[in-house]
Write a protein that binds this ligand. Structure first.
Ligand SMILES: Cc1cc2nc3c(=O)[nH]c(=O)nc-3n(C[C@H](O)[C@H](O)[C@H](O)COP(=O)(O)OP(=O)(O)OC[C@H]3O[C@@H](n4cnc5c(N)ncnc54)[C@H](O)[C@@H]3O)c2cc1C
Length: 291
């Protein structure tokens, strides 16, 4: 069993935070100022995203290995199939392992900008389940997270097919599922029940993005297809020219959303913190995590 699988064992609660690799040195400094505050909440691990087309490979590994050595916490690098052959993915994973990055969030990735359909690279992979199988075969001790979609992946033929494809990833060796962001817990509960019926037995961890800014969330939700509840959008709109007011509405919503998920016995929470600590600090400060 990988250490990641043990994170969610009986009597445990997996809190994780997701960062992205900044483009500038100032961005990196700011990231660590915020991460210093986030680690006060004793996360089980921290992850760092991997840019479209593999464009952030070096920065992803740089950030995540620095998080590992600074805080001595388990970490995960995200990794996508976009633009890489199996050999290139192998050498990235090898370097990650040597830097003590022992977990990977294994993804197919989105089509590069300007393209509408994902095209596999020659000698690479078409779907995340192939990447999972590859990692499990070559790096048997690596912890593997995969993405799950409570509202169904945008390209999926049907919700049932999407779930069957999720099961392929689990059957190929994934330890944990982290979901795409969502704002209606009913979607998550329904997804979890359907996954359970299909015999998916690994932990399913909700991925939450507390809103800090109305315009930003509309953009992100449009990109990944997440619905925003009407009453929530209306509340945000009441504070259109008031960033502090929007932040408060967002934090209140996220606190209620998280509390309901905790009550429903989720095995952990993954916060998409976007390199900022304030919203997650407020949400976590208001709640008692079961740990
Ligand atoms: C937690 C999380 C973290 C993310 N981090 C990043 C990141 O760091 N960088 C980034 O670029 N993107 C990231 N993404 C976005 C992700 O790359 C996209 O959502 C992408 O479109 C799908 O990736 P996937 O791994 O879920 O793909 P897959 O599981 O491969 O699914 C993609 C589509 O193909 C279908 N499908 C899957 N397997 C098969 C199969 N064997 N046969 C036929 N159809 C199949 C699925 O139903 C789905 O519609 C993240 C998403 C999540 C949920």
């Amino acid at each position: 069993m990988t250490s990641l699988a043990q994170t969610y064992g009986p009597g445990k609660f997996g809190l994780s935070f997701e960062l992205f690799p900044p483009k500038t040195d100032a961005g990196v400094k700011s990231l660590f100022r915020h991460t210093d505050r986030l680690v006060e909440f004793q996360p089980s691990y921290i992850t760092c995203t991997y840019g479209a087309g593999g464009s952030t490979q070096e920065r992803t590994l740089g950030v995540i290995s620095e998080v590992r050595s600074r805080y001595q916490l388990p970490v995960a690098t995200h990794l996508t199939c976009v633009g890489s052959t199996a050999q290139q993915l192998r050498s990235y994973l090898q370097r990650a392992w040597e830097l003590d990055v022992q977990n990977v969030v294994a993804l197919r990735g989105d089509p590069p900008q300007g393209e509408t359909e994902f095209q596999a690279t020659e000698g690479g992979f078409s779907y995340a389940n192939e990447l999972v199988e590859f990692i499990r075969g070559e790096f048997p001790d690596m912890g593997i997270v995969v993405g799950g979609y409570p509202e169904t992946h945008q390209e999926a033929v049907s919700p049932a097919e999407d779930l069957a494809n999720l099961k392929r990833k689990v059957d190929a060796g994934a330890d944990v599922i982290i979901t795409q962001l969502f704002y209606d817990n009913a979607d998550f509960f329904n997804f979890r029940a359907r996954a359970d019926e299909l015999g998916i037995s690994v932990p399913i961890v909700p991925g939450l993005l507390p809103v800090t800014n109305g315009a930003q969330i509309q953009r992100i939700a449009a990109l990944c297809g997440a619905k925003l509840p009407e009453a929530f959008v209306a509340d945000l709109q009441k504070h259109e020219d008031d960033p502090a007011g929007q932040f408060e509405v967002g934090v209140e919503f996220a606190t209620r959303q998280t509390a309901e998920l905790l009550e429903a016995g989720v095995p952990g929470i993954h916060f998409y913190v976007l390199n900022k600590s304030e919203a997650a600090e407020r949400v976590l400060g208001a709640l008692d995590l079961p740990r």
